[in-house]
Design a protein around this ligand. Structure first.
Ligand SMILES: [Zn+2]
Length: 277
C-alpha cells in the first residue's frame, strides 16, 4: 500500500515535470522566449558586426537584406546624435502580424515595431508597415533608438521610462520617424483641431508628460518628436543630450533634471512650444 502511494506521487511529479518542460520548450521555440532560444525554427539569419537579423518568410528577405545593409550606419548615426554607445549585440526579427502576436502577446498586435526593455531584441512587423504604406527603414531607425537607450539605462529604468512617453517616444521619432503625416500642414491642421484636448498636467508623472491626450498614437508620436525638435532648436543638441543622459539613469527625476538643464519648468516650455509649432 505504501509503495503504491509513493509510486503515485512519483508519477504525479513526473507528469508535472514533463508538462512544465514541454511548455517551456514551446515558449522557447514558438513563443516569447524565442530570442533566447538556440534554435529558431523557420528563421534564417543575416549577421552584421553588431546585429543579427532574423527573417522568417522568403517574402521578407529583401527587407532583411536592406536592414543589414544600413543598420551599422544607423547605429553610428544614433551614437553620434545622442552621445550614447551601443553596449551589446541586438537581434532584429522581421515578422508578420501573427508572429508578433505569438512572440509578444501582451502587446497590441497592430504595432509596426517593438523593442524589449531588456534591450537585446527588436521586432519589426513588416506586414503591418506595408499595409499602412509606411517606410520600413523608419521603423528600424526608431526601434534602434529605443534599443540603444535601453542598453544604456538598464532594465529597471527602462520600465520607469515608460511613464514619460513624451521622451520615451520623442527621442526615437526625432531621429528616425516614422513619419505619419505626408506634410507638416496636415499635422498642424490636426494640431489646431485637437489643441483643446491637449493636457499639460502640472502634477503627477504620467499625465504630466503626455502632451497629447488623444487616442491617436500617430498624432502623439509626431507631437513628441516635434517637442524634441523644439528643444534642440531652442537649447541645442548638447543640452538635450545632457538631459537625455540624466533622464535614462534616473527617469523619475525628469522634472528637476529638466529644470536644472534648461533653466525652466517642463510645463513652461510646453506652454511655449504649442504656439511655436
Ligand atoms: Zn517607439
Amino acid at each position: 500500500m505504501k509503495i503504491s502511494l509513493n509510486k503515485k506521487i512519483l508519477a504525479g511529479c513526473l507528469i508535472t515535470f514533463l508538462l512544465f518542460s514541454t511548455i517551456l520548450v514551446l515558449l522557447f521555440l514558438f513563443g516569447p522566449l524565442l530570442p533566447w532560444s538556440l534554435i529558431k525554427p523557420g528563421f534564417k539569419k543575416i549577421e552584421t558586426e553588431s546585429v543579427q537579423i532574423y527573417y522568417k518568410e522568403e517574402k521578407y528577405l529583401d527587407h532583411a537584406e536592406m536592414y543589414a545593409s544600413v543598420v551599422e550606419n544607423v547605429i553610428d548615426e544614433i551614437e553620434e546624435l545622442y552621445g550614447l554607445e551601443q553596449q551589446s549585440p541586438v537581434s532584429v526579427f522581421v515578422v508578420d502580424q501573427g508572429d508578433l502576436k505569438r512572440y509578444i502577446p501582451w502587446l497590441n498586435k497592430g504595432v509596426g515595431g517593438a523593442t524589449l526593455q531588456i534591450g537585446d531584441t527588436i521586432y519589426i512587423n513588416i506586414e503591418k508597415i506595408l499595409e499602412t504604406d509606411r517606410d520600413p527603414l523608419e521603423y528600424l531607425k526608431h526601434e534602434m533608438v529605443h534599443e540603444i537607450i535601453y542598453q544604456n539605462s538598464g532594465l529597471l529604468n527602462a520600465y520607469r521610462m515608460m511613464d514619460t512617453s513624451l521622451f520615451t517616444e520623442g527621442f526615437p521619432v526625432f531621429y528616425g520617424g516614422p513619419t505619419y503625416y505626408e506634410d507638416r500642414i496636415k499635422f498642424l491642421e490636426e494640431y489646431t483641431e485637437k489643441e483643446p484636448q491637449i493636457v499639460v498636467a502640472r502634477e503627477g508623472a504620467k499625465a504630466y508628460t503626455k502632451i497629447g491626450e488623444t487616442n491617436s498614437a500617430s498624432f502623439n508620436y509626431t507631437l513628441y518628436g516635434e517637442f524634441i525638435q523644439y528643444l534642440v532648436d531652442t537649447y541645442g543638441q548638447e543640452a538635450v543630450n545632457n538631459f537625455l543622459h540624466k533622464w535614462i539613469n534616473q527617469p523619475d527625476n525628469f522634472r528637476s533634471d529638466f529644470k536644472e538643464i534648461f533653466g525652466r519648468e517642463l510645463y513652461e516650455v510646453q506652454d511655449d512650444f504649442g504656439p511655436e509649432l
